[in-house]
Design a protein around this ligand. Sequence first.
Ligand SMILES: Cc1cc2nc3c(=O)[nH]c(=O)nc-3n(C[C@H](O)[C@H](O)[C@H](O)COP(=O)(O)OP(=O)(O)OC[C@H]3O[C@@H](n4cnc5c(N)ncnc54)[C@H](O)[C@@H]3O)c2cc1C
Length: 416
Amino acid sequence: MRYSGLKLFLQGLGGHRGWSQAWRKPTPKSSYDVIIVGGGGHGLAAAYYLAKEHGITNVAVVEKGPIGLGNTGRNTTIVRSNYMFPQNHHFYEWSLKLWEGLEQDLNFNVMMSQRGVINLFHSDAQRQSFSRRGNSMMLSGIDAELLDRDQLRAMVPLLDLDNARFPIMGGLMQRRGGTARHDAVAWGFARAADQRGVDIIEHCEVTGIRREGNRVVGVETTRGFIGARKVGLAVAGNTSRLATMAGLRLPVESHVLQAFVSEGIKPFVDHVVTFGAGHFYISQSDKGGLVFGGNLDGYNSYAQRGNLPTVEHVWAAGLSMMPSLSRVRVLRQWGGVMDMTMDSSPFICKTPVEGLYLDGGWCYGGFKATPGAGWCHAYTIANDAPHERNKYFTIERFSEGRMIDERGAGAFPWLQ
Ligand SMILES: Cc1cc2nc3c(=O)[nH]c(=O)nc-3n(C[C@H](O)[C@H](O)[C@H](O)COP(=O)(O)OP(=O)(O)OC[C@H]3O[C@@H](n4cnc5c(N)ncnc54)[C@H](O)[C@@H]3O)c2cc1C
């Protein structure tokens, strides 16, 4: 069924009783050409692009719970491509371009809102490094703008520019950055993949990866063995666990990151704003809630919840930037488990096991990568070779000394 304004109107007249199921609930077949493990945005996007771009439709996405309840449904929804290193920013820019056409492509409202992302700076040295990042982006044709204090004052009036704990001197802005509705992205990819014949199998946990010699032949699951010639992993914080099932050890640590939502209030902040003197980022959802987060909890864990000292730390950073936040009440808080690489850049690659592919290592920045990562993962699986856009995101870069130490806008593994 195609969604449209007219369809919504007509369904409204009929009491909304005529909508069809957005995706089927199939029983797993005994084997597939490709199995993608993980029904988050990345896994569902890979399945969609396998079907759409490569005509590979005998595909299953195997998810241990309901789709979209991992990090895809837990993140602060920021989408941008303001990375410094070309290995990263070309990839993220491609992903942002996919975001810009995603709603038409999927026929699903993912609520993409290009409201602009502003990174604040607080010292001359930080201005230097931010302008270097902006210049690096512009040299690659990516939009970036250095804002002075007056421009900032006009755009974000509630910033405490003068009396804040760290004076705010300006900001680096990417106007095309913004936010998207996180779970709509999972639902949109799921529906579009299902329409092209992909089986989305929920409540089916992968408990083992079966190999014959060095070749993958399928996955053991809580619903039995499912054979496959190729298996792609897109399991975020569980990447090391799944890789271990295939006999691989990865340079990845699992960490907890928390997010917060306040009560709904009148328009407070129009952009995504990030604090440059600590770890804090904030935007406002369409319902009026302030959505914000900070740094990692600082210890390894697979628990999807966080600890109180981090809550205090995040709030302290937020209040340094916008003191009026002190009046806002927080409604909800949760944690997600992320897979952090030691250079803060991801993997989209083949692995040493034949037929096993990897999409992971996103730290706390993989939501923006969802369409781009799915596209590149699908390309790599279909061609058994990486595309130009993901050729640097290999596991071997660590043994070959070619790490991509993104210092512009990635995670900071060396601080944890
Ligand atoms: C609090 C928080 C805030 C964030 N904020 C941002 C942000 O603002 N912008 C941004 O770009 N990124 C952000 N991120 C990172 C981003 O959310 C992730 O990088 C991205 O969503 C990862 O998508 P995914 O599909 O790979 O993972 P997930 O959505 O986690 O999907 C992985 C799926 O694999 C399933 N799975 C795991 N093990 C198994 C198994 N054995 N068998 C079957 N299924 C399994 C899980 O149940 C899960 O559904 C944030 C993350 C967190 C936690």
